[in-house]
Write a protein that binds this ligand. Structure first.
Ligand code: PDD
Length: 287
């Protein structure tokens, strides 16, 4: 049976209960992280915990645990699924109190974490690429916060699924922001381009690593505005996230992207990414 962490205790999932007055449930008043684990080792744990701190500060919620308390709690949690590749999900909400929009006084946050086996990226997606749909970015203006209020992301991803696609790529005022649950890159004449980090997108941990690996490999990288025209004329389009790694997009709506197959630059950077993952698994970066 799956063991989860709730407010200081490890307990079976079926016994983990929270109040219906929890502000995460009533208002989506909370933040979260998703952290991959390969073998026994976390994938970039510190950057994930730093982003958590940043999200908490942005919603004016004090981090209930120190960095070392998070590290030891999450390490204990992943031992219940010993050795498996896992995705740790953690969430902090402002806690439970009678319903009122303004923050209640003297309230304890709800802290929850669970770990599930990570679903491997389907081999077909890596060989053939995936389809994406292009949609208006209907989300709020604080997309740099990893908020649990994800209804617009949910609706956008569902639209993609109902069109037979794997992701929705989002445009705000004619400029690309990101995917419904991923960051975006395009390749234009050999240059790897991704939108500048601002409040219109999440600062992805995978995005950072891709930029690092590509730069080390001598690939020219640019962080700048990407227009609809740039997207439609791109030689390659990629989506990045902790759970889906680097996905090559080979169809956008009904139009073929580039050659219609994962591009050469994707192959080069994905190889480096897979090598990095194996180094994580071997314990090279520790926890
Ligand atoms: N989401 N942008 C959005 C809106 C996301 O939801 C995610 C990831 C990313 C990529 O971030 P990272 O590389 O740090 O995973 C970008 C996670 C996986 C989720 O919600 O399940």
């Amino acid at each position: 049976m799956s063991i989860v962490y709730l407010n200081g205790k490890f307990l079976p999932l079926v016994e983990a209960k929270i109040s219906v007055l929890d502000r995460g449930f009533l208002f989506g008043d909370g933040v979260y992280e998703v952290i991959p684990v390969y073998g026994k080792y976390f994938f970039r744990l510190i950057p994930h915990l730093q982003r958590l701190e940043y999200s908490l500060q942005a919603i004016k919620l004090k981090n209930p645990l120190s960095l070392s308390q998070w590290q030891s709690t999450l390490q204990q949690l992943i031992r219940f699924n010993n050795g498996l590749d896992q995705a740790v999900y953690l969430q902090i909400t402002r806690g439970s109190a009678p319903r009122d929009h303004a923050f209640p006084q003297k309230i304890e946050p709800t802290i929850f974490a669970m770990s599930n086996p990570i679903k491997p990226v389907p081999e077909k997606w890596r060989i053939e690429g995936v389809t994406a749909v292009l949609r208006e970015d209907i989300r709020w203006k604080y997309c740099h916060i990893k908020s649990v209020a994800l209804l617009s992301n949910v609706l956008l991803r569902q639209e993609a699924v109902e069109s037979g696609a794997q992701e929705a790529i989002l445009l705000r005022d004619g400029q690309l922001t990101e995917g419904a649950a991923s960051n975006i890159f395009i390749v234009q004449k050999g240059v790897l381009v991704t939108p500048v980090e601002d409040s219109s997108l999440l600062s992805g941990i995978t995005r950072d690593l891709v930029l690092e690996l590509a730069t080390e490999a001598g690939i020219l990288c640019e962080e700048r505005i990407i227009s609809t025209k740039d997207l439609l004329q791109a030689d390659e389009i990629w989506l990045t996230s902790s759970t889906r790694e680097i996905l090559p997009v080979t169809r956008l709506d009904d139009v073929q992207v580039g050659s219609g197959f994962p591009g050469v630059i994707w192959q080069q950077v994905d190889k480096l990414y897979q090598e990095y993952k194996e180094q994580v698994r071997s314990g090279l970066y520790g926890n």
